[in-house]
Design a binder for this molecule. Structure first.
Ligand code: SAH
Length: 213
């Protein structure tokens, strides 16, 4: 592929900055993570285009803008502990790790889990912790987390995720009463209360599990 660095530069300028994402650390991470290595070779030429791409098993790597949007909504600072549900290709986890987050990521499909682990090792993201499991249950032993990100859409916010969120922590999750169309919800925990905001419409693959579809 011809000069992925230039393609990333163009992607950040035209798809991400142009839509109003300004967090310099998000922009820096998206300029550095080699997104083309997170998709199959046959799709690498399309890796920096403005849409999601298939990664097998009926799943997708999200559109670059959506990864940038969610990363900026999470307000990542170096050292924050982040739980991601839905490792998929591993791209979102790599972007968060590039921003200095301490990333824990859970995937339910074994083949994707194994592939992402291999990629993290090849790209030297040794500090990303991975688990094969139903992520609607969270990852209790490692919690609580400052931030939780769900990259698949479910019918509701899974209660274990709210339980495993630190006080004043932020949880971002696509929620929708029907499949393939959701609202991106931001949950902020405040003691025993939570505050929820609608951050706009999105379309994610299904969150499948005990507290999913
Ligand atoms: N963050 C990913 C997006 C992958 S698509 C990326 O950057 O590529 C969503 C992923 O969520 C799929 O891989 C799917 O298998 C996974 N998923 C769906 N329900 C899940 C659950 N309950 N626990 C863990 N992973 C789940």
């Amino acid at each position: 592929m011809i000069d992925p660095r230039r393609k990333r530069e163009k992607m950040v300028r035209e798809q991400i900055e142009a839509r109003g994402v300004t967090d310099p650390e998000v922009l820096r991470a998206m300029r550095s993570v080699p997104r083309h290595l997170f998709v199959d070779e046959a799709l690498q030429a399309q890796a920096y285009e403005d849409h999601p791409l298939p990664i097998g098993h009926g799943q997708t790597i999200s559109q670059p803008y959506i990864v940038a949007l969610m990363s900026s909504l999470l307000q990542i600072k170096p050292g924050v502990k982040v739980l991601e549900i839905g490792t998929g290709s591993g791209y979102q986890a790599a972007v968060l790790a590039e921003m200095g987050a301490d990333v824990f990521t859970v995937e339910r499909i074994k083949a994707l889990y194994q592939k992402a682990r291999q990629l993290f090792s090849n790209l030297k993201y040794h500090y990303i912790k991975t688990k094969l499991d139903d992520g609607t249950m969270g990852w209790h032993e490692k919690g609580p987390y400052d931030r939780i990100l769900v990259t698949a859409g479910g019918p509701d916010v899974p209660p274990p995720l709210v339980d495993q969120l630190e006080d004043h922590g932020i949880l971002i999750i696509p929620v929708g009463a029907s499949k393939r169309s959701q609202k991106l919800i931001r949950v902020i925990k405040d003691g025993r209360d939570t505050k929820q905001d609608d951050m706009g419409s999105v379309a994610f693959v299904d969150l499948v599990g005990k507290f999913g579809w």
